[in-house]
Design a protein around this ligand. Sequence first.
Ligand SMILES: Cc1ncc(COP(=O)(O)O)c(C=O)c1O
Length: 396
Amino acid sequence: MPGFTGLAVPGPTNMPFRIRQAMDVPLEDHRAPDFPNFTLPLFVDLKKIFKTKRGEVFIFPGSGTGGWEAAIANTLSPGDKVLASVFGQFSLLRVDLCQRFGLEVDAIDTEWGKGVPLDEYRGRLAADRGHSIKAVLVTQNETATGVTSDVGAVRRILDDLEHPAMLFVDGVSSIAAIDFRMDEWGVDLAVAGSQKGFMLPTGLSIVCASEKALAAIDKAKLPRCFFDFRDMIKANSQGYFPYTPATTLLRGLRASIDMLLEEGLDTVFARHRRLASAVRAAVEAWGLRTCAQGPVWFSDTVTAVVVPAAFNADDVIKTAYYRYQLSLGTGLNRVAGKVFRIGHLGWLNELMVLQALGGVELAMRDVGIPFTPGAGVGAAVRQLSEGVETLTIAAE
Ligand SMILES: Cc1ncc(COP(=O)(O)O)c(C=O)c1O
């Protein structure tokens, strides 16, 4: 089919040409004497994305899931107790991962459409007077439902209760797109992947560890080899890696960080918020609802749209894909068939969002979902032009 293919899934995201060009280089010697000239500043600047001065960043070949394996294996021991909550496929998978590592997980089952249950977390932590809970898990952005949770609020609970548990955050679909503050929020382990806010291909697990998490490494008894932070720290301090790094992706990461810092993180977050608000305006104008149950949970990187009960969301997704070359995110697990997801993160502007919304309208019409054609696109245009000054182009 002629024309561009639309990628409106919540990762992998659209890749900027600048990043593509940065990776279009001959393969290089990762043990070259001047390789550290490239890697050492890269580590320094990557910390700025996590907003950390005290933490340590790690870049493993892998994906977000690998980052989680690294986080758990380096800091915990079999039988350690972990507090978690499940409100979507990804928060569910983190619990599964912890269980497979032999951890004892207290997983609070939460309605899909809401996020981290702060009151329940407070209750569980307050009751844990012996401090047997070693880590608290927070999925900052649940990609399956388009729900964002308040990481800072969990830190405040831990501090109020003077509970020493480590705070682990899944930032795979939020970091570099939604505000994240490693040091300010006292996050001990944060996990990201390359294929979302970083606008890169999949292939890097990006992890940030606090001083407290680093201090836990030697006491942690879970087995680890490939993901051992200690090997990484030793090699990284010299600008190298304990095994062959994904150098091409690292070149892309350099460009990604440069782009994020040049745009300015606050501007990046504001852009995501603006584009997300346009998508939400469209959903409302279609007469549909988001899976996220209210503004407190709205995600600025992904919106899960609930289709009317008589319809199957997969039909919208298939129609968009086969007829209009537009990829939308599928409903996962409990919300399969009930929602389709519009990813709005990474290298994205107004027109790309409007293109996705137009594609959704075409597909929804084809499958017979009732709405006024153009209503969503129109609402998004109104939302996007709100507050924008009229541009006067002076005559020559
Ligand atoms: C919130 C969240 N956590 C974890 C993952 C898993 O990451 P990966 O697929 O890169 O292993 C994803 C993937 O989409 C995600 O959205």
